[in-house]
Design a protein around this ligand. Structure first.
Ligand SMILES: [Zn+2]
Length: 141
């Protein structure tokens, strides 16, 4: 099922083809800072994401070999990518229509904020899930 999404102002727009991976919630400090709360990322194969508007897209290298895509105009956080692994994580909240998308669990729970609880019954991991969840990196591959 193809999906579209984008940033708040429209200077970054994308289309995905094929199924979206279940959402992984990442509570690491980087996701919390860049998104203002914990991260919620689905992902697709790199070739399944087409940028239909990239005028605002900028990248920040948040760790060696890892980059986060955001809109330089409106500040929206959109993408997370371990460069070279063939996949790209997409912030679930940037989808126009998230119907059919489900959540898989929580990672890096040891870094979560103290102001909220993780109580949705999904699997919780202190760090990476070690392959239990469909993540392939610290923000859910
Ligand atoms: Zn924007």
């Amino acid at each position: 099922m193809d999906k579209t999404g984008g940033c708040l102002c429209g200077a970054v727009r994308y289309r995905t083809t094929g199924d979206l991976r279940p959402v992984v919630y990442c509570h690491c400090g980087q996701c919390r800072r860049t998104g203002g709360h914990f991260g919620a990322f689905t992902s697709v194969a790199e070739g399944a994401l087409a940028l239909t508007e990239a005028g605002g897209l900028a990248w920040f290298e948040s760790s060696p070999g890892v980059r986060r895509g955001f809109c330089r105009d409106c500040g929206s956080s959109l993408f997370w990518q371990r460069v070279g692994n063939g996949r790209i994580s997409v912030a679930a909240g940037t989808l126009d229509d998230d119907s059919g998308l489900v959540a898989a669990g929580h990672i890096f729970a040891q870094d979560k904020g103290g102001y909220y609880a993780i109580d949705d019954g999904l699997p919780v991991f202190d760090e990476s899930s070690g392959g239990v969840l469909p993540e392939s990196g610290t923000a859910g591959g």
